[in-house]
Design a protein around this ligand. Structure first.
Ligand SMILES: *Cc1c(COP(=O)(O)O)cnc(C)c1O
Length: 458
């Protein structure tokens, strides 16, 4: 019999989590105005709000923190991280930032001017925010297949090169300061992009003289999918694949809180010394001096080790395998989710799970609250509360998909936690006919309302 894989580590420290009664959870969620962001974390048994900054660091990362050099300028921690970034990504220049959106802020300050156009494959929301805040446009060139939740294709996050070329033809080169390729495609459900598509995007960009920026939060997971799904890559190491990906990039931004497996941090890296020189002033203005930016010395050391460790196959195989394990259990129970399972999360298809809740009563949010009441699980709504109101008509927007995202933190939960999650989903799915009402909004802010929204049960 072929041996199954297992986690390439053992656990030497634990953190207690607490079970609660349904009565307690009913009271807590009522006090939280049915907004899961407002729950205290000790009211949660399994926290799947995000996998960003919530992973557990290794003993080597914790040990590296003790070697952190907190010098204001020229810290050795900075040079250790610089060396790692050169080794892993082949990028000679970088600026540390406090997280991914700060890297976007620094580089877009240097690159973008009002009226510019920055095409991409489903820009991440903070990326789009930084583009639109500068009165620039962010046309979406994702392949159409990404929108079909039941379609199973290996690389569902790709850039549609025909759509991208249309943008290149429509606007003069001076108006397109860069193209953003996001790997994996977070907004499309953590779906990967093939090397063929990365190469194709880079070639098209080069032909039109436009720099390629890779938004890299889940670059290692994307490399794993290339190794396991794309012809010609099975025998390459993750590090070799990552090196090839970044040969095609001119600039990278990264939220290190994902595949860097640290709790806080990020950076922007580039090939061009000229661009680095232009970006420097924005690092100093928004983040900090060039050799620490938004990070402590100790955090740069932990990140250097995290990048090195998390570009090993066994780490990624255990992580992505666990997400798939949860997906397989849901398959067994017939619970519908967005297919195939992505790298970091399961996206439950709330419209199918709760067919009797009207869309005006926030279907995906209702499912998130049900999951909390059922088992103390905290997911996040990706539906009409997140979609906000139309800026002109102020009417609620109802996206085609109502999803409840269950993001799995790295190296935090065991497969037994996955079993609890799957069982809770199954129980809700089995009583779906009896769940007929949702929530109405009692308080909301004009933008980004999902973080602070207050709801009333109908
Ligand atoms: C998380 C993320 C960001 C933003 O990073 P933060 O660290 O949350 O600021 C940008 N792009 C992608 C693709 C991400 O996943």
């Amino acid at each position: 019999m072929k041996l199954p894989y297992c986690e390439p580590y053992k656990i030497k420290m634990t953190e207690a989590i607490r079970t609660s009664t349904r009565a307690e959870r009913e009271e807590w969620i009522r006090q939280a105005k049915y907004n899961l962001f407002k729950l205290h974390s000790d009211q949660v048994l399994i926290d799947l709000l995000t996998d960003s900054g919530t992973g557990s660091m290794s003993d080597r990362q914790w040990a590296a923190m003790m070697t952190g050099d907190e010098s204001y300028a020229g810290a050795s921690s900075y040079y250790r991280l610089k060396q790692t970034i050169e080794k892993i990504f082949g990028m000679p220049y970088f600026l540390p930032t406090h997280q991914g959106r700060a890297a976007e802020n620094v580089i877009f300050s240097a690159l973008l001017k009002e009226g510019d156009v920055i095409p991409g494959n489903s820009h991440f929301d903070t990326t789009k925010g930084h583009i639109e805040f500068r009165r620039c446009a962010a046309p979406d060139c994702t392949i159409d297949a990404a929108a079909d939740t039941q379609l199973e294709i290996p690389f569902k996050g790709e850039m549609d090169l025909a759509k991208l070329e249309e943008v290149f033809k429509k606007y003069p080169k001076e108006k397109i300061p860069c193209t953003v390729l996001t790997i994996t495609n977070n907004t499309a459900g953590g779906q990967p992009v093939s090397m063929r598509n990365i190469r194709g995007t880079a070639e098209l960009c080069r032909r039109y003289g436009i720099p390629l920026l890779i938004d890299s939060a889940r670059f290692a997971e994307n490399a794993y999918f290339i190794k396991t799904r794309e012809e010609g890559y099975a025998d390459k190491t993750i590090k070799e694949i990552v090196r090839e990906i970044y040969q095609y990039a001119d600039i990278m931004t990264i939220s290190a809180k994902k595949d860097g497996v640290v709790n806080m941090g990020g950076f922007v890296a580039m090939r061009s010394e000229e661009l680095f020189r232009r970006a420097m002033q924005y690092s100093i203005m928004f983040e900090g001096y060039l050799t620490y930016g938004g990070m402590n010395g100790r955090d740069m050391d932990a990140l250097a080790v995290g990048l090195d460790e998390n570009t090993e196959f066994d780490q990624l195989n255990a992580r992505i395998g666990q997400v798939k394990f949860l997906g397989d259990l849901l398959d067994e129970y017939g619970v519908p989710y967005q297919r195939p399972a992505g790298g970091h999360a399961i996206f439950l298809d709330a419209k199918q799970i709760l067919p009797n809740v009207p869309k005006e009563e926030f279907i995906a949010q209702t499912l998130c609250v049900e999951l909390y009441l059922e088992a103390g699980i905290r997911g996040v709504e990706i539906g009409s509360i997140l979609a906000d109101r139309d800026p002109v008509t102020r009417e609620n927007r109802y996206p085609r998909l109502e999803l409840a995202r269950l993001a799995i933190p790295r190296r935090v939960y065991t497969d037994n936690h996955m079993r609890v999650i799957a069982a809770a989903c199954r129980n809700i799915y089995e009583r779906r006919e009896s769940i007929t009402s949702g929530y109405r909004i009692a308080f909301e802010t004009p933008i980004l309302r999902h973080f602070t929204v207050e709801l009333e049960k109908l």
